[in-house]
Write a protein that binds this ligand. Structure first.
Ligand code: FES
Length: 133
């Protein structure tokens, strides 16, 4: 069986979404987005980058009163980024770098990392809404 590029990409996205489900993701919108329960917001009080959800596609970043979710997927060709000790991000595939806000500091990537919406449920848990980038 031979797959065209579109079918291959759709199957890949569906497979990736399905693999993430046991880790706390709920899917909606035809697998174009998922919601990950990142647990109690009290876990993320100290400034820094929390990389425990990197494999699900995002970092949680605490900076003062601000907590945001930043894509962990490089905008060049979708490799997973590494969080660096200085709170920047590095792509091991082709060397792109991003600052602590997700802005490109060195290519070949050209687009900044998208942020994902965070909400809180009635238990005080963070819900991160991840969409395909
Ligand atoms: S995939 Fe990240 S620099 Fe190419």
């Amino acid at each position: 069986m031979q797959l065209d590029r579109r079918t291959f990409l759709l199957l890949g996205a569906a497979f990736a979404a399905g693999c993430a489900a046991p880790g706390g993701g709920n899917f909606s919108g035809g697998n174009r987005e998922k919601i990950v329960n990142a647990g109690s917001a009290a876990q993320y009080l100290a400034d820094g980058v929390y990389a425990r959800y990197r494999d699900l596609g995002f970092f949680l970043v605490r900076r003062g009163a601000n907590l945001f979710a930043l894509s962990a997927i490089c905008t060049h060709r979708k490799c997973k980024l590494d969080a660096e000790p200085d709170k920047t991000f590095y792509c091991p595939c082709h060397g792109s770098t991003f600052d602590a806000d997700g802005n490109v500091t060195e290519g070949p990537a050209r687009r900044a990392l998208p942020q994902f919406e965070i909400s809180t449920n009635e238990k005080g848990e963070l819900l991160v809404r991840i969409s395909a980038v």
